[in-house]
Design a protein around this ligand. Sequence first.
Ligand SMILES: Cc1cc2nc3c(=O)[nH]c(=O)nc-3n(C[C@H](O)[C@H](O)[C@H](O)COP(=O)(O)OP(=O)(O)OC[C@H]3O[C@@H](n4cnc5c(N)ncnc54)[C@H](O)[C@@H]3O)c2cc1C
Length: 408
Amino acid sequence: MIYDVAVVGAGPAGLAASLTAARHGAKVLLLEKQWRTGRRLAVTGGGRGNVGNLHLDVNFYNIEARPLLEAAADRLQADALTSFLRSVGVLVFADEEGRLYPYTRQAQTVVRSMEDMLEEWQVTLELETELVDFQRQSHGPFRLSTMRGERLARTLVLAVGGTARPTLGGDATAFKLLQKKGYSLRPPKPALVSLVTEKTLAKADGVRVIAEGTLRDRQGKIVKTSAGEYQITKNGLTGIAAMQLGRYVSGDRGPYELTLDFAPHMSADEVAKWLRHVIALQPTRDGRFILTSLLPQKLAVLLASGKKNAGTFADVAVPSLVQAVKETKLSVLGTNDWEQAQVMSGGVTSEMLDTKTLESQIDEGLFMCGEMLDVDGETGGYNLHWAFMSGRTAGCEAAKKALSRRAD
Ligand SMILES: Cc1cc2nc3c(=O)[nH]c(=O)nc-3n(C[C@H](O)[C@H](O)[C@H](O)COP(=O)(O)OP(=O)(O)OC[C@H]3O[C@@H](n4cnc5c(N)ncnc54)[C@H](O)[C@@H]3O)c2cc1C
């Protein structure tokens, strides 16, 4: 049997591509190497699934992604995403920062709903079926080699994701295959990944704190600032704000230094004034607790002890404490590995594709979408937003081409 469209990878991009192609009347085959669909999608947003963002802007993505994002600007609008999700039975709501979540606040709802729609629109789903190679003879269908034999399809959509989270399916096999076939890739590196730093804060392991971090390269130039929640770990920092910095650390401008401002909404003078106020209120209190009105206790005690402020509030040296609050400096030693990374930065470069249709410039009838392309966004739903909407484009274009080939 010859399918109209074969889609490889049942993550958000592949699911969106399959459902869109089926809705355009194509006979669709969906291949997934794992035993179930959407394993990564199911754990997104801490299980709540931050599936998109109302405020989509190219500045929230890597610079190399511009050609693809600009060509897709209309199709990436939040309305287009929410109406696509509604069409597959997923109702979303936006939080106060514009982040979109399923109404149930469960990513699993999205997976289940899309799986149900596969059945409804008669997409053939083959699980535990890995694509190992593909060929297309002139004007004939694509021949897909899988672990379970050969499959034929008029058009092919690759939606194989990236190399992040190997335990959830991330791997580089498809990229090696594409490189052999002449596709150019920007080398994959972990993005949205926690930082490994010197262990100065390790004793405050587990503490979550709002801070502004400024990352500087070895010349002292600011590489990136990131404000929001940082979580201290035994070997560094995680949390949304720390992970936003991950992609910059793996560049070649290091070693990097991170300056943390634990009171980003107060000036140094305001912090000093506040500390003098609490000293006046409780002059005989144990000096180790001087920062507890500003910071979580474990961190407050660590920073104050680091400044050797033994004795009482009245004994502490305010300027050194202000410096600890506003300018704690950490050497950044690197990032955690692929298993800790949420997203891959790098992938198939935009010049390999028609940026409007996502069709390959090398293999006519081959389309690509999702994270395997050189598009990676900040936290806030930008990665799933791209996965769904690029999947939708690839599925639509693949179906149109396949249906026109049917008539040949
Ligand atoms: C812990 C965590 C939390 C996250 N939270 C968010 C969030 O809240 N918001 C957000 O926007 N993004 C989030 N992300 C990122 C998001 O999950 C990805 O951007 C998104 O899943 C990419 O979709 P995709 O379909 O391109 O790839 P994937 O979801 O990786 O899907 C690719 C699929 O292809 C399959 N596959 C690969 N190779 C083959 C092959 N050769 N043959 C057959 N099948 C194959 C894989 O098994 C996989 O199922 C998070 C990621 C993680 C790990």
